[in-house]
Design a protein around this ligand. Structure first.
Ligand SMILES: CC(=O)N[C@H]1[C@@H](OP(=O)(O)OP(=O)(O)OC[C@H]2O[C@@H](n3ccc(=O)[nH]c3=O)[C@H](O)[C@@H]2O)O[C@H](CO)[C@@H](O)[C@@H]1O[C@H](C)C(=O)N[C@@H](C)C(=O)N[C@H](CCC(=O)O)C(=O)O
Ligand SMILES: Nc1ncnc2c1ncn2[C@@H]1O[C@H](COP(=O)(O)OP(=O)(O)OP(=O)(O)O)[C@@H](O)[C@H]1O
Ligand SMILES: N[C@H](CCC[C@H](N)C(=O)O)C(=O)O
Ligand SMILES: [Mg+2]
Length: 485
């Protein structure tokens, strides 16, 4: 493909060599360079891509996109200097794949919790309404009925645009995608043409990466700041920072709320293990999803469908039949009547929401036993808070491991223990091995009791030192409940 065509829309600050040449591929990892490819030198969190420039030229790269042209140059190579290589990668990836985001309606969903739930419900809803649809999410990606495994919540610009191109080739009219705060800061969504943006909420998470909560808010807001005038920006105004998201957007501003005034309104009439009964924009509807936090997710989905000009009655009829995303408040009942819930709550707010939902819908006398861990190499400040919330809202808590990654799991559990108050100590156990922790919870549970397995949801692995070992909370629970041998 011609380099000039791929450079459309990129602000070049300095250029050495000709842009009138053919290139074969775009690459941001030196280990993947092929002959006549364009290498993007990106400054990352662990290393600086600029250090690999000589090696990539050796391996056949003929164009280098960088933030500083090296002093020692190869005369056969074109050097393109830009302000931000990651942002240039986003724009050039879009051009390289034929700008697929402008050939369908792309809706981005951002927020601390609820992204996967909202995106998955939108995908299922629009499929049921008869459309061809794509989904980009933490659990998995979809092109209609085809499933493509997901590695990140929001993929890198090359994977992302390649996926969107495949969606266009499969005639998809819509794509619903999660937009993580990492993706915004790292320019993974640069150059995409969004038709809409949805905000769920913002609470404590990822402070290892963003450092301050203010930076985290700014990252989410930057997504809305970048939306075009033709798009809509739908926000949850019950969230303290919901309106902040809309402050500088050019997009058409829309709101949803349970408590405040909003363009889309709902009221929880009943919340039980059987689901939610809502008054949604004046219609009385039962939904299969459990927990009042899901009333927000359902309302966000409903609002998005209305903004995409779907028929209200058809939308509510289909939505009322849908189940949520895998590993989000999924529950199993043992033969003895113990209820096990698998949930992806991995932030203080999510843990509190899921436990308060359990408190709302429990019958009264049964105990709630929570098994919970915190991820390694991730926000350490949320560890004691998650343990504290778990203790405050449960009768028994077992602190355990959740993807220790390169950290010592014992140390992570000790960080969590710091959040356990002296009065809560008596209801807490620490069992580092997650399987043992789940087994113990099952031994402690009596008929009617509720076990919450928090943090891993759909994940089928435990990540230790770069290796993903098979581990599935649901499978372990089913074994303990004697539902599988
Ligand atoms: C912290 C983070 O987001 N890291 C992502 C980032 O890597 P990085 O900035 O650390 O890259 P680096 O290792 O410093 O390298 C810098 C540059 O040099 C290049 N390089 C590196 C080594 C080499 O030998 N040659 C070479 O060219 C790299 O390709 C990169 O371009 O860019 C990489 C390429 O796109 C990502 O794979 C990587 O995701 C890591 C694996 C990760 O775990 N990310 C998580 C935290 C994440 O992104 N999570 C969010 C959302 C979470 C949520 O749902 O709430 C997500 O969207 O999934
Ligand atoms: N609207 C919501 N408000 C608060 N908590 C929620 C909400 N929706 C879901 N949760 C809780 O957060 C967990 C994660 O939900 P979900 O996977 O939909 O969020 P996410 O934003 O995609 O998360 P991630 O950033 O890890 O991909 C759920 O298992 C549930 O405990
Ligand atoms: N997308 C989230 C997932 C966390 C899930 C939890 N199981 C963990 O590993 O901490 C993250 O990267 O922070
Ligand atoms: Mg997600």
């Amino acid at each position: 493909m011609g380099l000039q065509e791929i450079l459309y829309g990129v602000a070049i600050t300095n250029l050495v060599g000709s842009t009138n040449r053919e290139v074969t591929a775009l690459v941001f990892d030196s280990r993947q360079v092929v002959k006549d490819s364009v290498f993007f030198a990106v400054k990352g969190t662990l290393s600086d891509g600029h250090t690999y420039i000589p090696a990539t030229i050796e391996a056949g790269a003929s164009v280098i996109v960088c933030e500083e042209i090296p002093e020692v140059k190869n005369e056969l190579v074109t050097y393109i200097e830009v302000e931000n290589s990651a942002a240039a990668l986003g724009i050039m990836a879009s051009n390289f794949y034929g700008n697929p985001s402008s050939k369908l309606q792309l809706i981005g969903i951002t927020g601390t919790n609820g992204k996967t739930t909202i995106a998955t419900l939108l995908f299922k809803l629009f499929r049921e309404l008869g459309y061809k649809v794509g989904l980009i999410s933490t659990v998995e990606n979809h092109i209609n009925d085809e499933v493509i495994p997901a590695t990140h919540t929001t993929p890198n610009p090359l994977a992302l645009n390649s996926l969107l191109q495949d969606m266009v080739a499969a005639d998809c009219s819509y794509c619903f995608m999660e937009v993580s705060s990492h993706a915004v800061v790292q320019h993974r969504i640069e150059g995409l043409d969004f038709s809409g943006g949805v905000f769920s909420n913002i609470t404590h998470d990822h402070l290892d990466f963003h450092v301050t909560f203010d930076n985290y808010i700014k990252a989410k807001k930057a997504f809305f700041d970048g939306l075009p005038k033709s798009a809509f920006a739908l926000t949850n105004v019950d969230d303290k920072n919901g309106m902040v998201m809309l402050q500088n957007t050019k997009a058409s501003k829309k709101t949803y709320a349970l408590k405040q005034l909003g363009d889309f309104k709902a009221k929880v009439l009943e919340n039980s293990f059987n689901g939610l009964h809502l008054d949604i924009d004046g219609a009385d509807v039962f939904f299969k999803l459990v927990g009042s936090f899901n009333a927000y997710n359902l309302l966000a989905v409903y609002g998005t469908a209305m903004l995409l000009e779907q028929d209200q009655l058809s939308v509510l009829t289909v939505l009322s039949r849908l189940t949520g995303a895998e590993g989000r408040f999924e529950y199993i009942v043992s033969n003895t009547g113990v209820i096990g819930i698998i949930d992806y709550a991995h932030t203080p707010d999510a843990v509190q929401n899921v436990l308060s939902t359990i408190q709302d819908i429990r019958k009264g006398t049964e105990q709630v036993i929570t098994v919970i861990g915190c991820g390694g190499d991730r926000d350490k400040t949320k560890r004691p808070i998650m343990a504290q919330v778990a203790c405050d809202w449960s009768d028994k808590v077992i602190l355990t491991s959740d993807n220790p990654r390169t950290e010592n799991p014992q140390t992570i559990v000790e960080d969590m223990e710091k959040g356990v108050s002296p009065t809560n100590k008596r209801k807490t156990l620490s069992i580092v091995d997650r399987k043992e922790a789940i087994k113990t919870a099952c031994h402690l549970a009596k008929p009617g009791d509720i076990i919450l397995l928090a943090g891993k949801g759909h994940e089928k692995y435990q990540e230790i030192n770069g290796v993903r070992h098979h581990f599935d909370d649901k499978e372990v629970l089913m074994e303990q409940f004697n539902l599988i041998s």
